[in-house]
Design a protein around this ligand. Structure first.
Ligand code: DAH
Length: 330
């Protein structure tokens, strides 16, 4: 070890001066940096005879390893000290009162909570599904075949991945939660599924990500009359009005037959919209009786079971209820 005695003792004495990450880095550079003592000595090895070289290399590697392990241990030690200090000095007293400028619940979250509360009173439970869905659940199982025009209307974001060999999409509506729920649960089913939905669309009244709530009831007797009653109770309760003009307009959705769109009456008073009264109509949601093909797709016998479904945009009902003209300001 004679040849490297100086390096060895220099390593030992300089270790003493290391007390923070900066001095640790200088220490490392001094020995292992490009022009560090150990690195330079390593270069010199090439000039030696093979026997000598082997012997010296062994000695040098011992010193090098000791520097490396010191750097490793010391880094951890210093980082722990920094963390301890932070924990001691940066404590947060959660019992302090919040300042008056603190945040509030976003109107979308608030409306989702209101919708859930109303449907909970009507015996609906909340179901969830993933935002990245298979093309099959988002379209095919919902009776929307490959070339169905509804696929174009949905301006789908296709995702570069597959699940079980199936193309994935960002779900364009919350309706695929119907499929997932019917596959995992026997009827009777009575669910709502609020959540994020995505379409490649962006203008003053559309954003690429928006929210919907889906409703689904499957049992042996539910009919269009039940659907109407359920939606009437919901809309009256949501818009907090006892009188509500409401009409069912024939429509078309691949997953319901018959299908309808629901409009509610409104009138304008100055800048304000009065919901429920008046002779003007606002389209508010889509609904219908679940198409027998949807039930067949998940092995539910449509001769035994039937039911209704509905879907509505959360942004739209939030804006109407709270008189918000542009949600992007929130
Ligand atoms: N999924 C439809 C859409 O995004 C909305 C909808 C319409 C859902 C009718 C339904 C329904 O469950 O029955 O436009």
């Amino acid at each position: 070890m004679d040849k490297y005695k100086d390096i060895h003792s220099s390593v030992s004495s300089k270790k003493e001066n290391v007390n923070d990450l900066e001095s640790l880095e200088s220490f490392r550079q001094e020995f292992l940096g490009k022009k560090g003592d150990i690195s330079l000595a390593m270069k010199e090895l090439g000039k030696l005879e093979p026997d000598e070289r082997k012997k010296h290399a062994e000695e040098l590697n011992i010193i090098k390893d000791s520097v490396l392990s010191f750097v490793k241990v010391k880094t951890e030690e210093i980082n722990n000290e920094i963390l301890d200090k932070q924990i001691k000095t940066e404590s947060l007293d959660v019992t302090l009162p919040v300042s008056s400028s603190s945040g509030t619940i976003h109107p979308i979250t608030q409306v989702i909570d209101e919708v859930i509360a109303i449907f909970a009173d009507l015996d609906f439970y909340v179901a969830e599904g993933p935002e990245i869905e298979t093309d099959y659940n988002n379209f095919t199982a919902l009776n929307t075949s490959e070339h169905h025009p509804a696929r174009q209307m949905h301006d789908t974001f296709y995702v570069n991945s597959e699940t079980d060999g199936m193309q994935n999409v960002m779900r364009t509506h919350t309706s695929p939660v119907q499929i997932r729920s019917m596959l995992s649960q026997e009827p009777p089913i009575r669910l709502i599924a609020p959540g994020k939905t995505f379409r490649c669309d962006n203008d003053q009244t559309h954003t690429p990500m928006f929210h919907q709530v889906e409703g689904l009831v499957i049992d042996k007797e539910s009919n269009m009359g039940h659907l109407k009653g359920c939606l009437e109770i919901f809309l009256k309760s949501f818009f907090e009005t006892d009188s509500l003009n409401m009409r069912f307009r024939p429509s078309h959705f691949p997953f319901t037959e018959p299908s309808a769109e629901v409009d509610i009456g409104y009138k304008k008073k100055g800048n304000q919209l009065i919901i429920g009264e008046g002779s003007d109509w606002l389209e508010i949601l889509g609904c219908g009786m679940v198409h027998p093909n949807v039930l067949r797709n998940i092995n539910i016998d449509p001769d035994v079971y039937q039911g209704y479904a509905f879907g509505m945009g959360i942004e739209r009902i939030a804006m109407l209820k709270y008189g918000i003209s542009d949600l992007r300001t929130y």
